[in-house]
Design a protein around this ligand. Sequence first.
Ligand code: NAD
Ligand code: TYD
Length: 337
Amino acid sequence: MRFLVTGGAGFIGSAFVRMLAARPDAHVVNIDKLTYAGNPENLAGIEQGERYRFLHGDICDAKLVNAAIEEARPDAIVHFAAESHVDRSILSPEPVFETNLRGTLTLLEAARLKKVPRFLHVSTDEVYGSIESPHEADENYPLRASSPYSASKAGSDLLALSYFVTYKLAVTVTRASNNYGPHQFPEKLIPLMISNAMEDKPLPIYGDGMQIRDWLYVDDHCRAILAAIERGKPGEIYNIGGSRALPNIEVVCKILAALGKPQSLMQAVKDRPGHDRRYALSSEKLMRETGWKPEMPFEQGLQATIDWYRANSAWVARVKSGEYLHYYEQNYSGRAI
Ligand code: NAD
Ligand code: TYD
């Protein structure tokens, strides 16, 4: 099968490209702008050649996207590229809307004109907003996005689905819960806490730390996306959850215990504005229709993730420099309570 992947130098996209690289029948063209979150080191060892090509560029650039489709002749476009972080979207919403909406529109339009057989739009459970206990969101749950990030993803989901209804482009939307694993940029909870703890730096806990997230190992997510392409239906939405809901504070305590660091490293900070209290997702539809299920137990996945960050301290040091320091200062300074 031939794939055009966007955002394949980021956290989840690079795991997907690595997964495809291990399949001798897969051909991949990867478009990535290499923003602060895109890192060619995530694809080290994957040689450019007949089966893999990297194109440095912006998904908002219609000329580049059209040329990429001509080169890749894809059976499927798998669209990961996005500005993916809630806190950054609160500090600066415009790049989020540019990439997540205009970029998605540019890809959809090119896919329609060039008659690409399949389009998988990678989205998030955050489009459902905070879910009251004991409910779980299924795919028909109302969209109640809280942050500029989740609003942009909800908008791009609707845009993608409109291309199925109006133009019969074979779009499928997947909505995954919080991912974790190797190569994740240390702005998100788990890698931020692991890398700060490794350096004995304070671990900033937003509000009371009792917000609940459902953790999905990145490779389980990638297998689910492939299952949705191979066995899911066009025009449908599929939730992808990890079946492991935990309060943030419990996740952070597990990280500290695994690293042998004291709980006193945790530091309460002012809460995130508009912070969603609880995400909870039913993935029953994907499991029923494709046979997929999450396989990585959380404790094992967390240990594998911690081991990776420990073994890759040079990657961490390079990523946590320059722009990252500016972002960290902007988001966290003066916030301790
Ligand atoms: P990431 O921030 O690690 O990577 C995003 C990638 O997209 C980077 O390589 C970046 O360079 C690239 N990119 C950004 N803007 C671009 C543009 N205009 N043109 C081309 N490339 C561009 O993100 P991630 O965590 O890997 O998330 C990937 C996708 O999965 C996103 O669509 C996100 O909304 C979705 N998602 C993420 C999670 C999560 O927990 N991380 C959960 C559910 C869904
Ligand atoms: P995050 O990884 O940003 O994912 P999302 O907000 O998209 O779910 O955050 C996960 C949870 O961790 C969320 O409830 C916010 C919280 N959090 C902190 O308490 N401290 C932090 O420094 C970060 C980045 C997140």
